[in-house]
Design a protein around this ligand. Structure first.
Ligand SMILES: Nc1ncnc2c1ncn2[C@@H]1O[C@H](COP(=O)(O)OP(=O)(O)OP(=O)(O)O)[C@@H](O)[C@H]1O
Ligand SMILES: [Mg+2]
Length: 251
């Protein structure tokens, strides 16, 4: 079983500390884990710290896996190179190791393009794609090496509703198939409830709660995180849904 655990993690920029004492129980692979919290809570900073782009106190424990298997998809992926979609995926697979592809590697590239519904765009240049199409290419790039620790910072932010559902389903399937730990920053609480097994809730650079999705995301926690008054109720088919009532009155 692949796991990722955080122990007293801190990080910041210059002298300003953003994260303090971020500790989680082992996050288990095989399903999606959501990282939720308001704007500026520290989600992207935490990803940078786990990925090793920021230094700071504390320890990231990788269980049953080497940290070289980690892949991180940042929130803003600048993709302006005059490459085709196909070339972009090869580049991510080979990581600068040349363009020659074995039959197995070709199958890997074609597989990830098909999984994220990009096969028909393979020969298009990146600058010719829509924002959502580019985001899907970033996701395919992140997964083409079949990593088993995956950090994705708002992977569905540019996607239309159909593609959000399709991509989250594909990511959950990937996690099941590979046993990967998949930590996803997401803002859509109903999508989190539908597709994520567990949640880490961050506020002001600290962990407010971690655990199974429905244990964490009750109305009180959602109010603490976002200042929103809401209900969590079962729909006519029995699925939990968040219904927003409005902005919470200050207490
Ligand atoms: N490069 C930087 N230099 C200085 N401060 C930064 C930098 N990046 C982020 N910050 C600050 O760190 C804090 C946390 O930012 P972060 O990007 O981690 O938030 P976030 O939870 O990802 O928010 P969002 O939901 O808006 O993406 C914010 O106050 C932000 O202004
Ligand atoms: Mg962010």
């Amino acid at each position: 079983m692949v796991t990722l655990a955080l122990d007293q993690i801190g990080a910041g920029y210059g002298r300003q500390m953003i994260l303090r004492g971020v500790t989680t129980p082992p996050i288990e692979g095989g399903a999606l884990t959501a990282l939720v919290g308001a704007n500026a809570a520290g989600k992207s900073t935490l990803f940078r710290r786990i990925a090793g782009q920021l230094k700071g106190p504390g320890t990231v424990h990788f269980g049953g896996i080497d940290r070289t298997e980690l892949r991180y998809m940042p929130q803003d992926t600048a993709m302006s190179a005059a490459l085709t979609v196909f070339e972009t995926i090869i580049l991510a697979l080979k990581q600068g190791g040349g363009w020659r592809l074995s039959a197995a590697e070709l199958a890997q590239v074609e597989g990830v393009l098909a999984r994220f519904d990009l096969s028909h765009l393979a020969d298009r240049q990146l600058p010719e794609l829509s924002g959502g199409q580019r985001q899907a290419v970033s996701i395919a790039q992140t997964l083409v090496t079949r990593p088993r620790i995956v950090l994705m910072d708002e992977p569905t932010s540019a996607l239309d509703l159909y593609r959000q559902v399709e991509v989250l389903n594909a990511l959950a399937t990937y996690a099941e198939e590979t046993g990967a730990v998949m930590l996803l920053a997401l803002h859509d609480i109903n999508q989190v409830m539908r597709s994520c097994r567990s949640v880490i809730a961050l506020a002001g650079g600290q962990v407010l709660a971690t655990g199974p999705t429905l244990d964490v995301l009750g109305p009180e926690m959602i109010r603490s995180l976002y200042g929103i008054s809401c209900r969590v109720e079962r729909c006519s088919r029995g699925c939990p849904m968040m219904i927003v009532d409005g902005v919470a009155q200050p207490t």
